[in-house]
Design a protein around this ligand. Structure first.
Ligand SMILES: *Cc1c(COP(=O)(O)O)cnc(C)c1O
Length: 396
């Protein structure tokens, strides 16, 4: 017999989530995650993916991935440090470093696992980490794993960061101090104040770590938020993912050679977990090459983002203060945001409601992620559906 204790735990906790409307039923996408998706046989305009440039289904990437399967097989065969480092992984890392303007880079199996790996390889219990209060879950978990003292500063509040950095230094309690932030915050689409963060880091000799999961491919003509501000020489860790704008799977840190050398001997998910497959590695490499050769997809992404924002704003919706294509439509009340999203679905738009505790109470919203792959016709159709439901629910 299996554990009755576990059964009790699961039953009561799942029932509790369901009662509070917090149990997430996951939709299955039938087929590819493109600008339109099919769920339960119904075709919907997809405004919920992180596939910013439409690369997840790009013909050239599919083609190089198939070739890599033929030449290298479907799996890497071992962890990187035994004999699972394929020439394709080395090419990917070289390409990432060139893309980010750094000496070197290390690739991981995912962005989440990269944060778990990289933070704890450098920080330990005698250190402190200054962390933006809206940082991603993988940053929080990576910080926890390191056992460093976590000091949260108010979201993008540079006075608070400076005061807490000063306190941490003056306490004399810590060997090393890191400041860590998302480059682009995915709930509101705002950009971290990196020039100020770097200035504070220089004043207090902080290690700087930017997680640019939502910035790479998007800001800085595609090269990311650090490039957007021209700070490639001033940020120690340029972390990113290959799973969002790049369209494939994986994560990475780009930085100086000595940092990457250290991560290759000390970060545990690199040492003890097999690398991404040959197909993944070449598809990511090719995607980065495409971004370095042409800004066409990046420009299309911004054009579509601005078009959707303008359309929703003209209808009278509150679209917040996004500085990127991420377009929140802030409804306020949590229940209403959920009803709004459900009605959008019924009318043919897939845009997820995001509510407390993911965002502050009373700022429930539907978040739209336009991509380079959307056509004007799709966006117009989505805007008309927003208008219909906005009026129906007396929101505009
Ligand atoms: C999505 C995300 C990650 C995780 O990336 P994956 O490659 O999907 O694991 C890490 N950090 C931030 C800020 C993210 O938005």
């Amino acid at each position: 017999m299996t554990s009755r204790n576990l059964d009790q735990f699961l039953e009561s906790n799942i029932a509790n989530l369901k009662e509070n409307g917090l149990y997430n039923e996951i939709d299955t996408v039938e087929g590819a995650n493109g600008p339109e998706i099919t769920i339960k046989g119904k075709t919907l305009i997809n405004l919920s993916s992180n596939n910013y440039l439409g690369l997840a289904t790009h013909a050239e990437l599919k083609s190089v991935a198939k070739q890599a399967i033929e030449s290298h097989g479907v799996g890497a065969g071992a962890v990187r440090t035994i004999n699972g480092t394929l020439d394709l992984h080395i090419e990917l890392e070289k390409r990432i470093a060139a893309f980010k303007g750094t000496e070197a880079a290390i690739a991981y199996q995912s962005g989440f696992n990269c944060n778990m790996a990289a933070i704890s390889a450098v920080m330990d219990k005698n250190d402190a980490i200054l962390s933006d209060s809206l940082n991603h879950a993988s940053i929080i978990d990576g910080c926890r794993l390191s056992k460093a003292k976590i000091i949260r500063f108010e979201h993008s509040d540079m006075e608070d960061l400076r005061a807490k950095a000063r306190d941490a230094v003056e306490s004399g309690e810590y060997n090393k101090i890191m400041v860590i932030t998302d480059g682009v915050f995915s709930m509101d689409g705002d950009i971290a104040k990196l020039p100020e963060i770097v200035e504070i880091a220089e004043d207090f000799d902080l290690i700087t770590y930017v997680d640019d999961a939502h910035g790479s491919g998007v800001t800085g003509d595609g090269a990311g938020t650090v490039k957007h501000f021209g700070l490639q020489d001033k940020v120690d860790f340029q972390m990113g993912t290959l799973s969002k704008a790049i369209g494939v799977i994986g994560g990475y840190v780009a930085g100086k050679q000595s940092l990457i050398d250290w991560l290759k001997v000390r970060s545990r998910p690199f040492l003890f977990s097999t690398a991404v497959s040959p197909a993944d590695a070449v598809a990511s490499t090719k995607a980065i090459e495409m971004l370095m050769e042409s800004t066409e997809l990046n420009e299309k992404l911004w054009e579509n983002g601005n078009y959707l924002k303008k359309g929703l704003k003209e209808l009278g919706f509150d679209i917040g203060e996004s500085e990127t294509p991420i377009t929140p439509c802030i409804i306020g009340d949590e229940k209403q945001a959920q009803t709004f999203s459900k009605r959008l679905y019924e009318e043919g738009v897939y845009a997820k409601a995001i509510v407390f505790p993911t965002v502050p109470r009373g700022t429930g919203r539907v978040r739209n992620m336009p991509t380079a792959a959307h056509t004007k016709e799709m966006l117009d159709r989505a805007i008309r559906i927003y208008e219909k439901i906005g009026k129906e629910m007396n929101l505009i």
